[in-house]
Structures are given as structure tokens and as C-alpha cells.
Design a protein around this ligand. Structure first.
Ligand code: DAH
Length: 342
């Protein structure tokens, strides 16, 4: 009788199932008995060769056996799972009193933090933030800033040229002065111009090919050098501490006349003082000056009627000073060991 064969298979499979003790054994069992090429399928295949009057009974029996095996398998699998869970709870118990693992929290990049600090200080002094483009014409980056073609002062900036003639990556934020003046069209101006600048330098601990600058520009009737000194001093004391002394040295920039460089005295308590200031006690923090008449004219202002002052500083350099960071390359390397400290 063909159905006897099915009964034998059922008995064998159930006995075998009792011996399966883990997931792997169960998987094997399932393949062996219920799989595509398994024993149940093989037994079922014999139905074709049965005489017609036996087929129906055989089919019913085959389906019953399949249901019995499937149910037994599911039941066994649930048991094994439960047993494995219990085992893992007792051999490797949970300590619910352990403190939770903190989720890593994102934060602002140190360069962004220092920029925001600078914005906040100048906001209190009545300056608006004005952003201009990073790709500039030669005219904006140099010519309107009182450096016609072949002017030797252009050598102060190692320039990245694009493949389009007379289009460069800005080497400083100063061309923003021209953009602001053109937009303000004769009205008084008090803005800072933050942004990325690019220079064709060999990358080293001291120079990068890209870095932030913050430019400042004030234009109006009766703006004087005294206003420049007052603004810079107020800024330096907010940024570096209320005791800071500010020193002004004469300097040269094509776009200002007179031009100055601004130093602050570095705190005597700082053990890095001598190294940072090369023994002088003073640190340069920015270039500045009274806007050159040619620059005012390029921006559409009449130097007979208005005057202005401008300054330019490197906020990353300030952060480096404040934290004794001695490698500027750390800023764009995205090394978390560095970034996490801010
Ligand atoms: N643009 C100058 C630089 O990149 C910095 C600077 C100096 C800006 C004097 C100014 C200024 O506005 O008056 O080195």
C-alpha cells in the first residue's frame, strides 16, 4: 500500500525532529523532509503511477502528513528559539543598571564657530553680514582694488586662475567691498564680508589653499581713522579679553591709504606667549586702513564727499592663536579627534 510508505515517512520524520536541538539542525531537517527535493515531495510524486481509484485516498493522506510535519516543525522551532533566548539571558545576563551609551551628537565646525563669534561681535557694533561670490573677475579681485594689470602688489596673492581668461578664485574677501558699494549706490555702508578665499600656496602647517577671511567696510560722510581704531579695539577686546592692548603699525595695501596692521598684546600668563609672538609679546590680527580714493570711485562713491575704512582678518588664524593650534591643515582634514575638541 502506497499510503503505508507515507505513514512510515511521517514516523521517521517526527522521530528525527525530536532530536533536533538547535536552529541549524532544524533547517537541515526541513530541507530533508519538506524541501523542494525532500522526501515528502519524492513520496508524493509516486501518486502518478498509482491506479486511478487509489489516487484520491493517497492525495488526502499525503496532504495530512505534510500538515502534521509542518505543524510539528513550527512548534519545535518555537521551542528551540525560546530555549536559546532563556540560555542567552542566563549565561549572558543583561545588566539593566549599566549607564546608557551616549549617542554621538553633531556640532558646528570650529571654523563656523569662530565665524559666528565674529558675526555676533560685529552685529553689536551695527555691522550687517554681506556675502559675495568666491569666483571673481580679475577686475574685481585686483583692478578695482587699485591694482591694474602688472601692478607689482599682485604678487602679494598667489592666485588660482580658471580656464576662463580673467576669471580667478578670489584671493581675499576685498572684492566684496566693490560689490557692496555698487549695490548700496551711494548710501552709507557698515558691513562685514565673510567667506572662503583661495591661494595657490604649497600646503604646510602655516598655509592652506583655502581659508576664511572676514572683511569689514564702513563708508560714509566724516568716517575717520579714529573710527577704525575704535572699532578694531572694541572688537579685539570682545574677542580676546577686555584687558587687551591694541597696537597699530603702518603698512601697505594697494586698496587703503594710509594702511595699517593691527597687533594685540598677548596675555603674559599664556605659556605659549613667547613662541606665538616670537618673543615680542605682540600678535598681528588684521590688516586695515582708510579706503583708497580709487577704490571708492570704483564702487561709485565720490571720495570728495565720503570716506571709509576697511579691514581684513583671518578668523581661523585667530582660533589657532586662542587655542595654540600649530597646524592650519587640521581645519580641513576632518579628523574627529581634532573636531571633537570644539
Ligand atoms: N585683503 C588683504 C589680504 O588678503 C587683507 C586686508 C588688508 C583687507 C587691509 C582690507 C584692508 O580690507 O584694509 O591680505
Amino acid at each position: 500500500m502506497a499510503t503505508d510508505e507515507l505513514k512510515a515517512l511521517e514516523g521517521q520524520a517526527l522521530a528525527h525532529l525530536q532530536q533536533c536541538a538547535d536552529e541549524a539542525a532544524l533547517r537541515e531537517w526541513s530541507t530533508k523532509y519538506l524541501g523542494e527535493k525532500g522526501l515528502w515531495k519524492a513520496a508524493f510524486g509516486k501518486m502518478n503511477s498509482l491506479p486511478k481509484d487509489q489516487k484520491a485516498a493517497f492525495g488526502q493522506e499525503a496532504n495530512r502528513v505534510k500538515t502534521v510535519l509542518t505543524e510539528a516543525y513550527e512548534k519545535k522551532r518555537a521551542e528551540v528559539k525560546e530555549r536559546e533566548l532563556q540560555a542567552s539571558l542566563t549565561t549572558n545576563p543583561l545588566d539593566v543598571t549599566l549607564p546608557g551609551r551616549p549617542r554621538p551628537r553633531g556640532r558646528l565646525h570650529p571654523a563656523t564657530q569662530i565665524l559666528r563669534e565674529v558675526y555676533a561681535i560685529f552685529a553689536d557694533l551695527g555691522f550687517q553680514v554681506y556675502r559675495t561670490r568666491e569666483v571673481e573677475t580679475d577686475e574685481m579681485n585686483f583692478e578695482f582694488l587699485n591694482m591694474p594689470a602688472h601692478h607689482p602688489a599682485r604678487d602679494m596673492w598667489d592666485t588660482f586662475f580658471t580656464t576662463i581668461p580673467r576669471v580667478v578664485l578670489r584671493t581675499h574677501t576685498s572684492p566684496g567691498q566693490i560689490h557692496v558699494m555698487k549695490e548700496a549706490a551711494g548710501k552709507p555702508i557698515r558691513v562685514i564680508l565673510p567667506g572662503m578665499c583661495y591661494r595657490n600656496e604649497a600646503i604646510s602647517t602655516r598655509s592652506e589653499i583655502q581659508f576664511y577671511q572676514v572683511e569689514g567696510l564702513v563708508v560714509g560722510e566724516g568716517v575717520t581713522m579714529a573710527d577704525l581704531k575704535g572699532t578694531i579695539t572694541a572688537f579685539a577686546r570682545r574677542m580676546f579679553g577686555p584687558e587687551r592692548q591694541v597696537r597699530i603699525r603702518s603698512s601697505y595695501f594697494p586698496f587703503t591709504e594710509p594702511s595699517i596692521e593691527v597687533d594685540i598684546d598677548w596675555p603674559k600668563e599664556d605659556p605659549n606667549r613667547d613662541r606665538l609672538t616670537k618673543g615680542t609679546g605682540w600678535l598681528e590680527i588684521m590688516g586695515a586702513g582708510m579706503v583708497h580714493p580709487n577704490v571708492l570711485r570704483a564702487g561709485g562713491y565720490d571720495p570728495e564727499k565720503v570716506t571709509g575704512f576697511a579691514f581684513g582678518m583671518g578668523p581661523q588664524r585667530m582660533l589657532m592663536l586662542a587655542h595654540a593650534i600649530d597646524d592650519i591643515r587640521l581645519f580641513w582634514q576632518n579628523d574627529l579627534r581634532f573636531l571633537k575638541q570644539f
